[in-house]
Design a protein around this ligand. Structure first.
Ligand code: HSX
Length: 207
């Protein structure tokens, strides 16, 4: 399947610290910001470059810059996506930002949209959707479905932890969307939580 597990030791180490029950909200927030930068670093590895003629204090040179004229769009699935978004924006400060507000009906697990806002020229941009967790996968499926209606150039999905069930569900709807995650956990429980996971990412991030 179209899934990449990002194995970098610093990412794996920080993820373990985030999972620990005793990790405070402040520490969790800081770790999520750090891990997000590292994840962004890994998934932007193959961004194309082009040459630009610049002048250093000692003379001209043809130097590499990012090839794409249009800045990437980071789309955060509210509210926990905000933590990843903040980290990535430190690394890619000129990225554009979109928000999708979805909450999971606690009984049916069906995602309900309450907010949707993207930059105007989305048809000309590459989009990275971020949310720390893919549990049932319903939220991610709905977010990508909604996003596809706006016709972005390309879409990728980045999370921290996914369940095997969630990944299957996601790819049964969106097989062509590459999924990047730091970990695939054991399973989903009957309440739709990732086990062992790290608890509710939104609650741990915001309290
Ligand atoms: C949490 O639940 C996460 O941040 C996601 O937005 C969502 C994942 O659950 P699921 O829709 O994959 O079951 O709030």
């Amino acid at each position: 399947p179209n899934v990449t597990i990002i194995q970098h030791p610093l990412i794996q180490h920080k993820l373990t610290l985030m999972r620990r029950e005793e990790t405070s909200t402040a520490k969790f927030r800081q770790l999520l910001r750090e891990i997000s930068m590292l994840l962004a670093y890994e998934i932007t590895r193959d961004l194309p470059l082009r040459k630009q003629l610049i002048k250093t204090p000692l003379g001209p040179m043809e130097a590499p810059i990012l090839a794409s004229e249009k800045k990437m769009v980071i789309v955060s699935i509210m509210r926990a996506g905000q933590g990843i978004l903040d980290g990535i924006l430190e690394l890619i400060p000129s990225a554009r930002v979109g928000h999708i507000g979805l909450y999971r009906d606690p009984r049916t697990f069906i995602p309900i949209e309450y907010y949707f806002r993207l930059p105007d020229d989305i048809e000309e941009r590459e989009v990275l959707v971020v949310d720390p967790m893919i549990a049932t996968g319903n939220t991610a499926v709905a977010a990508i479905q909604r996003l596809k209606q706006t016709n972005p150039l390309s879409v990728k999905f980045l999370c921290l932890i996914a369940s095997p069930e969630g990944i299957d569900h996601f790819h049964s709807y969106h097989p062509e969307v590459p999924l990047y995650t730091a970990a695939i956990d054991d399973h989903l429980d009957e309440h739709g939580y990732i086990i062992p996971g790290l608890g509710d990412a939104g609650d741990r991030l915001f309290g």
